[in-house]
Design a protein around this ligand. Sequence first.
Ligand SMILES: [Zn+2]
Length: 132
Amino acid sequence: MRLKKLEREQVRMKYGGRCTYCGIELGGRWHADHLEPVTRELIPKQNANGTWRLDAGKPLRPENDHIGNMMPACAPCNISKGSQSLEVWRTWIARHVNSLNLYHPIYRLAKAYGLVVETAAPVVFYFETVTL
Ligand SMILES: [Zn+2]
């Protein structure tokens, strides 16, 4: 659903103008994320140069497309979450450290020099730490 200006401001202020998930203060560019994803169908379309892309089509779970399910999110959180449920996304984020250790030599080097310290902290979203 396309939010009207006042509705969008209501969503932005759900957590005091902060991202629901990481808690960063939202700037002028933020996303209204669906907490429970609407998951859009993907439609293959051919570009003019012959390559293909997937365009977002109709929502597969339109019942989740309402203002009560919309959360203010910074672009990195919204893009990272995509159409994952909150718990799937939480697990996915928790595995980032493993991926960094496996595939990122600069990360391993920074860790070796004590610049990065792994804490094994659980992934806790900002909205889980605040009471309204
Ligand atoms: Zn965020």
